[in-house]
Design a protein around this ligand. Structure first.
Ligand SMILES: [Mg+2]
Length: 122
């Protein structure tokens, strides 16, 4: 079973994402901000993929990506960046900071499924 870490400061969005991902046969874990996510990812087990929010308190999605790139994990998880900002600039910044793919909020099951396929985890 593939594992996905859902990183979002909104409990509602985490719940929605978890539900969708579980129907796609993912085992889901959650983090409320980038720092919590970083602790999780640098811990014992790395998820196969991270669904990462852009705007979060404590540590944002961009800050998390930058921090992740400085770690030397044996196997870096795929990162699907999540944003409401329909801006090519934000998307480019995320991709150049190490995101593998992006998804616009609000996302549905079909969209998330296809993004997971694109990064090779579904
Ligand atoms: Mg947010």
């Amino acid at each position: 079973m593939k594992t996905c870490l859902v990183v979002d400061d909104s409990k509602v969005i985490r719940k929605v994402a978890r539900h969708i991902l579980e129907t796609l046969d993912f085992q889901v874990d959650e983090a409320g901000d980038g720092r919590e996510a970083l602790e999780r990812v640098t811990g014992a087990e790395q998820p196969d993929v991270i669904l990462l929010d852009w705007n979060m308190p404590v540590m944002s999605g961009m800050e998390f990506l930058r921090a992740l790139s400085t770690t030397d994990l044996p196997r870096r998880p795929k990162v699907v960046f999540c944003t409401t900002e329909n801006s090519i600039g934000h998307i480019r910044a995320a991709i150049s900071a190490g995101a593998d793919e992006y998804v616009m909020k609000p996302f549905d099951r079909e969209t998330l499924h296809s993004k997971m396929q694109i990064v090779g985890v579904a």
